[in-house]
Design a binder for this molecule. Structure first.
Ligand code: ATP
Ligand SMILES: Nc1ccn([C@@H]2O[C@H](COP(=O)(O)O)[C@@H](O)[C@H]2O)c(=O)n1
Length: 253
């Protein structure tokens, strides 16, 4: 049985459960983690961010959007007029990079220095530039250290972290690891019309190009050993949230 099939099976079983929310972790070992760490990866538009956030809310967990860290560094580079194709110049941005992100799923404001960049980091100019800084190894090491410290920080009994390499690099030993996928047409349809001022064709080009560049650095299209695959192509948004919550409950109850 492939990882994909076995996960669909476990998703089906888990979705049928109606167990109450549990914040304990009796079945899955937390390992060195101080709380339940849920790692979710996937390509652009798969629903990682919105689904992870809603799942965290449903479970009373925190939520960590790791892409916001990369986007914020790209935003800083654009503000300073840095050549983002020059790895040395990009590494220079890390010196004194004063970054903060909220992990309350109801308050995910993002700050760089004194500037609230929550909205700015979603602008197309940032989406178009972010892959250039994400390919610099020193950037990844720096941000991964930061992400790990947030995952292990005191707070709620669990945290859902989403990105591209959370299941494989940031927290390969997380008690729950999920690859959230959806086929290309579904992902593009979900993204279509989301970004003001851009045609659907431009949005599609941007999403596919970002995936192409990002997948040269980390593999987020296939599940690593032990990672559950959840294909949301045929699921509604609410069904996807339910499936993710059920997978988490099944793993920790
Ligand atoms: N199962 C689903 N069915 C329909 N729409 C969905 C589903 N999952 C997510 N969406 C919608 O798809 C859009 C993209 O979702 P989201 O921003 O969470 O994706 P993402 O994987 O985090 O993308 P990116 O990596 O580009 O930030 C959102 O409008 C979200 O509401
Ligand atoms: N774990 C991660 C998360 C993100 N990236 C890079 O950041 C970009 C923006 O991420 P979104 O989730 O907000 O779309 C993404 O395109 C990657 O370049 C990453 O490398 N690793």
């Amino acid at each position: 049985m492939s990882a994909h099939e076995s996960t669909q099976e476990s998703t089906r079983e888990a979705t049928q459960e109606s167990a109450p929310v549990s914040t304990g972790a009796s079945r899955a070992s937390l390992g060195h983690w101080t709380r339940v760490v849920v790692a979710i990866d996937g390509p652009a538009g798969s629903g990682k961010s919105s689904v992870s956030r809603a799942a965290a809310r449903a479970l009373g967990y925190e939520f960590l959007d790791t892409g916001a860290g990369y986007r914020s560094l790209a935003w800083l580079g654009l503000e300073r007029g840095t050549d983002l194709e020059d790895p040395e110049a990009v590494v220079g941005l890390l010196d004194g990079f004063d970054y903060a992100i909220g992990t309350d799923p109801d308050d995910v404001r993002v700050r760089v220095g004194d500037v609230d960049v929550t909205a700015a980091i979603r602008e197309p100019r940032v989406s178009g530039a972010v892959s250039s800084i994400a390919r610099v190894p020193q950037v990844r090491v720096h941000l991964n250290d930061l992400f790990r410290s947030l995952l292990d920080a005191p707070g709620r009994p669990g945290i859902v972290a989403e990105g591209r390499d959370i299941t494989t690099v940031v927290a390969p030993d997380a008690p729950v690891r999920i690859l959230l996928t959806a086929d290309e047409m579904a992902r593009l349809a979900r993204r279509a019309g989301e970004l003001d001022g851009q045609s659907d064709a431009d949005v599609a080009r941007q999403v596919l190009e970002r995936d192409r560049r990002d997948s040269q650095v980390v593999d987020f299209m296939t599940a690593a050993d032990g990672v559950l695959t959840l294909d949301s192509t045929q699921l509604t948004f609410d069904e996807t949230i339910d499936a993710v919550v059920s997978l988490i409950r099944a793993a920790i109850d």
